[in-house]
Write a protein that binds this ligand. Structure first.
Ligand SMILES: [Zn+2]
Length: 392
């Protein structure tokens, strides 16, 4: 196994609790080095103490951080909804039913078209520093189309999520559709997916239906997550806490009981500020959640309807500017927070033994991700110990 020492790191974000006393929330080290061996991090510490390695790369004083972990995306779809976005910006309100437009285009697309579209977005994410991404189905809504959407997702990530319960398709009742989602569709999905998700929202699925879907998924070996409290107050966040789910996503409209339930359950609140940006809605209050002791993750929710951004740096900038997070809190939520939301301990950190997924910024510090919004700061990306993008 060959080893490489990466030196000249002006600021290294480790997210390692062992470095938090001196390095703050992100466990930062200055004038640092990282040794990569095979697909893993072998050593982290001051550059002056770095051990010898087979090869050396000098990043010239740049900042290095763990690759972003984007724990919520919908990349398998046909068509686009730019016209709907333009109409919304002209005053038409957002409603969950817009999903049906993408369902029709997805059903009409070939497997090859679905794969090439999703692959293009994963590559776009990689260029912006995302090295782990969760990908949902949910635009097929038939047994065949959900299964082939998940087969595509599974080719691109180990974090594939079955979201048959995205919206009730036309021509069926909610009762009939929940029976399909928990029956033949689940049976076809289970070989491809790690997770099961439900859009628990007015206009989509209520708490009883969400519970039924999540229970069926659990019985089939899938772990649960939820879309909840996006468009208004609702029971989804408390249901996620009650069921002990790893994460509940959106969390825009919360009351005090919701916040307390998240704190007590340890369920990660995944915030998706690209949605509020793209739907011109009020942002979730990350400050309130953090102050209450809730673990927060940031994700893109990349999808053609409500948030067609693939950029975690953009989400970090929004979280800092609009949601009361410090740059360090936002970067942590986009790395270690996303890993927590996927129940992964091998990514989102730069610690010996963990996966060597790292981002080199063309900047001296992580703060620049929010300080210089919209600027392409990712100068290099390493994934599983190999440079996959850029010269550094
Ligand atoms: Zn979503």
């Amino acid at each position: 196994m060959t080893s490489t020492v990466i030196t000249g790191i002006g600021e290294l974000v480790t997210n390692d609790p062992a470095h938090q006393e001196a390095g703050g929330l992100l466990g930062t080290l200055e004038r640092a080095a990282v040794v990569v061996e095979g697909s893993r991090v072998a050593w982290v510490g001051p550059a002056a103490e770095a051990p010898a390695a087979d090869a050396q790369v000098d990043v010239g004083g740049r900042a290095v951080l763990p690759g972003f972990v984007d724990s919520h995306s919908h990349l398998v779809f046909g068509g686009d909804r730019a016209g709907e976005f333009a109409a919304r910006m002209a005053g038409t309100p957002y409603a969950a039913g817009g999903i049906r437009t993408t369902v029709a285009a997805t059903r009409a697309a070939t497997d090859e078209q679905l794969l090439s579209g999703a692959r293009r977005l994963v590559e776009e994410m990689l260029r912006q520093g995302t090295t782990t991404v969760e990908v949902k189905s949910g635009y097929g809504l038939t047994v065949r189309d959900e299964a082939r959407s998940l087969a595509v997702a599974r080719l691109l990530t180990e974090e594939a999520t079955y979201l048959g319960a995205h919206v009730v398709p036309d021509g069926t009742t909610p009762e009939e559709y929940v029976a399909l989602v928990t029956g033949p569709m689940l049976a076809a999905a289970v070989e491809h997916a790690r997770w099961i998700d439900v859009f628990c929202e007015r206009g989509a699925f209520d708490a009883d239906q969400a519970r039924t879907v999540l229970r069926a998924g659990a019985a089939a070996g899938l772990r649960g997550r939820l879309h909840a409290n996006q468009l208004g107050p609702g029971p989804g966040v408390r249901l996620a806490a009650e069921l002990g789910l790893v994460a509940v996503d959106h969390c825009t409209h919360l009351d005090d009981a919701d916040v307390a339930a998240l704190r007590d359950s340890g369920t990660v609140a995944t915030l998706l500020p690209g949605v509020e940006f793209s739907t011109r809605q009020p942002y979730p209050d990350a400050r309130r959640l953090l102050d209450a002791g809730v673990t927060v993750a940031l994700a893109s929710d990349c999808n053609p309807g409500s948030s067609f951004t693939s950029s975690m740096p953009f989400c970090v900038a929004l979280a800092v500017r609009e949601m009361g997070m410090t740059p360090a809190e936002a970067v942590r939520a986009a790395t270690a927070g996303g890993a927590r939301a996927l129940d992964r301990d091998d990514v989102g950190v730069l610690v010996p033994g963990r996966r060597a997924d790292l981002v080199v910024l063309d900047a001296p510090s992580h703060v620049h991700l929010a300080y210089r919004p919209g600027v392409p700061l990712v100068a290099g990306v390493w994934q599983r110990g190999r440079p996959v993008l850029g010269a550094v």
